[in-house]
Design a binder for this molecule. Structure first.
Ligand code: SIN
Length: 288
């Protein structure tokens, strides 16, 4: 039996069934998954059982892999996961205990609750993210996705023309600063300097235009900071209106892939004294 792609909405989010991602991936299945990602931007596989090694091996079929930026901005602590390419999106410390309320890594991780696109603060930025659910709390902790292609399409023509040439500066310290999370050393800050990206991107495969903004975006290059920031805030408010947003109600064993070049996402609240163990691999936005 081949894989089956079932759209959740017309053009945004699909579920893919009929495949065990722990097994070697056939070229035809890889291509069908890539085509579904290109079309739907977010795809969900339920009931998977993946080790970290299998998770990473599957991700490697879709491009070169970023090493997680967590080790750069959390120096001098014990990290829980052995593989540097797997980002620890859990609320657990190096000993697998729930992070204390004021733990620096927990406060940093809370910024995932802001609308963002993975690794927009890096060069190259993130292309695909593959997030796998090991343990989830009984309530809450869903992930929401915004379709930045549909959001771009819905802009008035005058706004499209205004924002098309704009370049935004992105920095991880911008998103953390919004939550007053600033406890980083000079060495940690120096590892992730700001980078520039266009506000409107054309997808390299589909040719569709999408807004590329995020809580990491601090201002528009060449404009006074407040003017640029207001433009970014307006674009994010526009892009996160309900018609553009899908909420993924997660199950243990879900692997969700999204294309950071044309989506934003955010985690939703949950009781952070309960365990939520998600792990993510992100590919680099480089030409195939
Ligand atoms: C992420 O921001 O990459 C993870 C989202 C989540 O924790 O739901």
């Amino acid at each position: 039996m081949g894989i089956r792609v079932t759209p959740v909405a017309h053009d945004f989010v699909a579920e893919i069934s009929g495949i065990d991602l722990a097994r070697p991936l056939a070229a035809a299945d890889r291509d069908a998954i890539q085509a579904a990602i290109d079309r739907y931007a977010v795809v969900v596989f339920h009931d998977q059982a993946l080790t970290d090694e299998q998770h990473l091996a599957f991700a490697r079929h879709f491009g070169p892999i970023h090493s997680s930026a967590q080790r750069a901005r959390h120096q001098g602590i014990k990290h829980r996961l052995a593989i540097p390419e797997i980002a620890d999106i859990s609320n657990l410390d190096g000993e697998s205990n729930v992070l204390a309320p004021d733990a620096k890594r927990r406060l940093d991780w809370l910024a995932n609750r802001l609308w963002h696109t993975d690794a927009s603060f890096r060069e190259p930025a993130g292309a695909l993210s593959l997030l796998y659910a090991h343990v989830i709390p009984d309530d809450g902790g869903d992930t929401e996705f915004a379709d930045m292609r549909a959001a771009y399409d819905a802009l008035p023509d005058a706004t499209k023309a205004q924002v098309e040439p704009m370049i935004a500066e992105h920095s991880i310290w911008q998103s953390r600063g919004q939550l007053a999370v600033t406890r980083y050393t000079d060495e940690e800050r120096a590892t992730l300097p700001p980078v520039h990206h266009p506000v409107v991107r054309t997808h390299p495969t589909t040719g569709r235009k999408a807004l590329y903004v995020a809580s990491h975006a601090s201002h528009i290059v060449g404009l006074p900071v407040p003017d640029g920031r207001l433009i970014l805030m307006d674009l994010m408010e526009h892009a996160t209106q309900r018609p553009f947003v899908h909420r993924h109600r997660r199950r243990v064993g879900d692997l969700v892939i999204w294309d950071n070049r044309c989506t934003m996402h955010r985690a939703r609240p949950f009781d952070t004294t309960k365990v939520r163990d998600l792990r993510r691999v992100t590919t680099m936005d480089v030409a195939a």
